[in-house]
Write a protein that binds this ligand. Structure first.
Ligand code: NAP
Length: 251
């Protein structure tokens, strides 16, 4: 009997690459997202090993109902990859768009909590499971305009560790993977669908590829059951910290 991974945000980027890798390696994959057409294309590509679940992770009731609707052969989730997320808005904290903040908090924090809380009890009942949360390199360092996005990813990082504290004494493993810049539709969403702005972001240096992160997920979940890779940060070679900033104070 093959194992099952549920990947939130499988309609593009890291989630889609991970779905492909796991099906190729004989796993069953539940892929989620709001774009049903994309999930249907993946189903056509990956066949019966793939099951698409269309729902918005920001909505608690929709999330519980979606997982409750899984057919029996996909219902026992061995790995949950909490991946769906986004960076919205370009504003500084003093003039940021509050709607963009809400979108990030509702998706990156609340959405992740909804999925975790729905799937975890089954893992505990089966005494088997691994939750892989996708954080970000921005979750541990400040940068201008990173205000709520970076803070939401800091939440993901600490929530992962806090889950481990609560789950001590159970066999459930929790991993937080924090990537640096990765070429996906992330920058397209961040730039409200403007392809040229996205290309500009990815033009500098060579970003990571979604497959780089997919292989990392594959590695952490295949470590021996007594071993839990708790936190990993992965950067493209072309990315490093900018250091402390100084600027004269305008009074
Ligand atoms: N790319 C990077 O440079 C980078 C770096 C560090 C961390 N990350 C993190 O990596 C994760 C994946 O991002 P990506 O780079 O693969 O971006 P992406 O290509 O834009 O994929 C984002 C995925 O999240 C899903 N999603 C967004 N909002 C959702 C909602 N409300 N309900 C359900 N699904 C939702 C999208 O599906 P639908 O639109 O179909 O709903 C999509 O499948 C995110 O958590 C992101 O913060 C990315």
């Amino acid at each position: 009997m093959s194992n099952t991974i549920c990947i939130t945000g499988a309609t593009s980027g890291l989630g889609q690459a991970t779905a492909r890798l796991f099906v190729k390696n004989g796993w069953k994959v539940i892929g989620t997202g709001r774009r049903e057409d994309r999930l249907q294309s993946l189903k056509q590509e990956l066949g019966d090993s793939f099951f698409g679940l269309t729902f918005d992770i920001r909505d608690r009731a929709q999330t519980f109902a979606a997982f409750g609707s899984l057919p029996e052969n996909f219902a026992a989730v061995d790995v949950l990859m909490n991946n769906a997320g986004l960076f919205a808005g370009h504003g500084l904290v003093q003039n940021a768009d509050m709607d963009a903040w809400e979108r990030m908090v509702d998706t990156n924090i609340l959405g992740l909590l909804h999925c975790t809380r729905t799937v975890l009890p089954g893992m505990l009942a089966r005494k088997h499971g691994h939750i892989v949360n996708i954080g970000s390199a921005t979750g541990t360092r400040a940068f201008p305009t990173g205000n709520v996005y970076g803070a939401s990813k800091a939440f993901v990082r600490l929530f992962s560790d806090n889950m481990r504290a609560d789950l001590l004494g159970t066999p459930i493993r929790v991993t937080c993977i924090s990537p640096g810049r990765t070429r996906t539709e992330f920058a397209l969403v961040h730039n409200d669908g403007d392809v040229e702005s996205m290309e500009q972001e990815y033009r500098q240096g060579q970003p990571l590829l979604p497959e780089d992160i997919a292989h990392t997920v594959w590695w952490v979940i295949n470590c021996p059951p007594h071993m839990d890779v708790t936190q990993i940060e992965i950067m493209p070679v072309c990315q490093a910290d900018g250091g402390v900033r100084f600027q004269d104070v305008a009074r």
